[in-house]
Structures are given as structure tokens and as C-alpha cells.
Design a protein around this ligand. Sequence first.
Ligand code: C2E
Ligand code: CA
Ligand code: CA
Length: 405
Amino acid sequence: MSADNNPEVNRLRVLCVDDEELVLDVIQGILATRGIFEVVRESQARHALERLDNGEQFELLISDLNMPGMDGIEFLRHLAAREFAGGIAIISGVERRTLDVVDSLARAHNLNFLGALQKPITGDSIRKLMDDFQRFASASAIGGAAEVVHVNVAEIRAGMDGGQFDVMFQPKVSVKTRKVVGAEALVRWLHPTHGLLTPESFVPVAEEGGVIHDLTGIVCACVVNAVAPWSDADKDVNISFNAAVDDLDDIMLPEFVVETAAAAGLPPTNLTLEVTESQVMHGLVRILDTLARLRLKGVSLAIDDFGTGFSSLEQLKRCPFTEMKIDKAFVTGAATDGASHAILESSIDLARKLDMHVVAEGVESQEDWDLIADLGCDEAQGYFVAQPMAAEDFPEWRASWEERL
Ligand code: C2E
Ligand code: CA
Ligand code: CA
């Protein structure tokens, strides 16, 4: 269906941000010929953000990259902080490479980046953008883009008391041998009215509301219960779990983790704690003590979402990390994306130099797999291998995966 005949598209609200009035005139004019009249214009990103803060809703945002005041890159960061869920297009006269970087950044921020409109703007480029928007909008409608449900701390507490949290496991496989070497525990909330919720709906709320400690304790207990019935061979894979930075402030965490795991017959050397790169960069000194003690007890440490947190070489050298998990933004589709490819390659190189083991996240296709194999990545995690699954399904999945080797 073309965008023009679609009543949904005709009702859509578009926010256009550019410091050049003429560019705004052209875009508004072309959109009007396609039946889109709800176009709000702003000459500065700051004013556009004020509209969002006042609760205005936009399904599509078209913004210039080079603007006086707040530039387009900074604007993207602020949009990510506000969890802007609409489609985003950039207007730009810059070269392909810079646009690739903007694309990677937007993906790393979990924004819905639709592409760039090259200046001068033409009817054709707007038509292509609206087709892309249409695809994005229908994918969201069928659940392609996860909906973030808003919950509060009281509900999380009630959910914890009610035993509504559980973990799923996503396998990690060796790129060389294809054998299953580990599994990451990912928390889920079986919410009585919203259904199965993923962490983005409640982990940030739990962190802000000061209940992340309790949630992490519950996740550890769930992991232990979940793997208890596994055979010794299945328990022998490495189990990774995620910690929030506040967890690492707790000096008793190393003892707690090791003791809880021992109760399930898991030695500390079979455990990996994942901490995101941005958490590490914000509080390295604070958490170094806990990280070092976990390492001393034999727990492996992974730096998660690598590539999104801008850590320096100096900081990395000071951390006792044994594993680098490269963020999916630089893995999924990297074969055809020059900037991601470059970031992936240099991250792997860096991990090698720092003697870390490298895991690529978000391996979704054969092309992604072939590229990381080529670049010498150690392990792969992603939908190409398997989606996160219930603990009881893991042994059977593993047997059938390894049967095909
Ligand atoms: P993460 O640690 O980066 O975990 C990987 C996320 O990527 C998971 O999302 C997983 O389902 C998803 N994923 C796996 N393979 C693919 C793929 O091929 N393509 C794409 N697009 N996505 C893939 P999930 O389960 O929604 O978790 C989101 C984040 O929530 C996690 O990101 C982690 O940072 C956090 N999290 C998960 N469990 C816990 C927990 O127990 N405690 C804390 N504090 N945070 C947690
Ligand atoms: Ca993780
Ligand atoms: Ca990650």
C-alpha cells in the first residue's frame, strides 16, 4: 500500500527540526502533497525536546544534523533518554561515513533510525522515507518493536513478594567448534495484567527505586532453582548473569554469589558476572573492590554492551575483566555496514591485546556469523543460534544443537 492511501499515515504527526526555514518549507510542502498535514516545525532541538517533555506525541521525527546550539548527535542522545519510540530520519549534507556512524549510534541508543535525507530534499527522497516509515510502523504494530510498559516500584515489590520473576537462558556457542559453552540468564517478569515483561520495562525502575538489590537476589535464586535439575554435563556450561552498578557497591556480593551458586552445585569458575560498559565508566573506582574480589573467588567478569560506553584504554587496563561482549549495534548487519564493521574489528583487536575473550551479541544471520568468524571472535550469542528459552528447555535444545555438529 502506498503511504498516500493509508488513513493511518495521513493522521500521523511529524516533528521537523531544522534551522533553515527553507528546508522546513520544502519538507512540509512535500508531506502535504502526500496528505500529511500535521507537521510541527522547530528551528532548534532544544524546543523540540520541550514539546516531548510537555507530553506531545510524534510518530515521526525529521531532524537536521548540523544545527547551531544542540547538534543532531546530542539531540539523538536526549531522545534516547526520553525513550522516543517514533521513527527518526536525519537531514544531512554530510558524507556516507558520518551517516553510518549516526546510524550505529542511533541503533546503540535503541532508537528507530529510518535513514537520511540528502540535501537538497526531493519528492522522491520523502517518498522513500515514508515507505520505510510504513514498514517500521507495521513491524511495530505486530510487535516487531518491543513495547515498554510503565510500572512503578510498588508494583515491582508486589511482584517480588508474589514470586512473579523468573529467568530465561540464552545460549552462547563457540564460533570455532559451534559447541555450547555457556548461557546468559535474563530476567523476566510474568506480570498479572501486562503478561511477560522484558527487563527494559522494570530494571531501570528497580534501579531508581532502590530495589535492584532485592531483584538481583531473586534472579540469583531463580538461576539456582532453574539449573538444579540439569545434568552435570549441562551444569558444566558457564552461566552468565547481569548486575546493576548498585549491586557492585555491596561488599557482600562476592560471598553471596559464590555461596548461592555452591548450593546448586555450581563452582564459581562456572560463573560470569556481566557489567555494562557505561556502568563501569561511571563508577569504576567504587566497584573495583567488588570486581577484584569476585575475580579472586574465580568468577569471570564480562564487560557488556561494549562499544556504547566510550571507555578509555586506561580504564579497561585497570579492570579485571576476562570477557568483552560487543554490543549488538555493531554486530547485527555489520557485514554491510562499514562503520559497524570497523568498530567490531577494532574491538576484537583491543580484546586480544588485553587478553580478553570476545563474545559477539546480536548474531542474527549467517552473514553476521561469517563475519565474526572471519574476524576471530570467540563466541556468538543471538537469534541465529537461539532465542532466550526457559531453563527446562535448555538441555533438550543443547542436545539437538550439538547433534547437528
Ligand atoms: P543484555 O545483557 O545485552 O542481554 C542481551 C539482550 O539482547 C537480551 O534482551 C536478549 O534477549 C537480546 N538478544 C539476544 N539475541 C539477540 C539478537 O540476535 N538480536 C537482538 N536484537 N536482540 C537479541 P533482554 O532479555 O530484553 O534484556 C535486556 C537487558 O536487560 C540485558 O541486555 C541486560 O542489560 C538487562 N538484564 C537482563 N537480565 C537482567 C538481570 O537479571 N539484572 C539486571 N540488572 N539487568 C538485566
Ligand atoms: Ca548481559
Ligand atoms: Ca549486552
